[in-house]
Design a protein around this ligand. Structure first.
Ligand SMILES: [Zn+2]
Ligand SMILES: [Zn+2]
Length: 109
């Protein structure tokens, strides 16, 4: 009830929140609008612009550019769990790299 979903737009290369009450652009980390003083986003929860580190190239990328592949984590021939590998879904090198990547590299004799 009454929950506002702020619109995020890019202004001068920086993401800003468009105040749903008065339409003023206010910095992304604002909780209240700089103009009207009303709440533009809820304090709890994650920031609307999440970034993730690509495990392949090591760069921080925005959420929509990062995909995750889940692989079994195999140590000494035993599957001990899953590993989630993040990679840039718009970079062929990272997509290819994710296929080979593992957090635990088995030592080949
Ligand atoms: Zn406002
Ligand atoms: Zn990458």
């Amino acid at each position: 009830m009454g929950e506002t979903k702020p619109e995020i737009i890019i202004e001068n290369g920086r993401p800003v929140i468009k105040c749903p009450h008065c339409g003023r652009n206010t910095p992304l980390d604002s909780v209240i609008c700089v103009k009207c003083g009303r709440v533009v986003r809820r304090v709890t929860g994650k920031l609307p612009f999440d970034t993730w580190k690509c495990h392949i190239c090591g760069e921080e990328r925005p959420d929509e550019r990062i995909s995750v592949v889940t692989k079994p984590l195999v140590i000494n021939g035993q599957t001990v769990g899953d590993q989630n590998i993040r990679y840039c879904n718009d970079r062929p090198a990272c997509i290819e790299g994710a296929k080979e990547f593992s957090f635990f590299k088995e030592v080949m004799k």
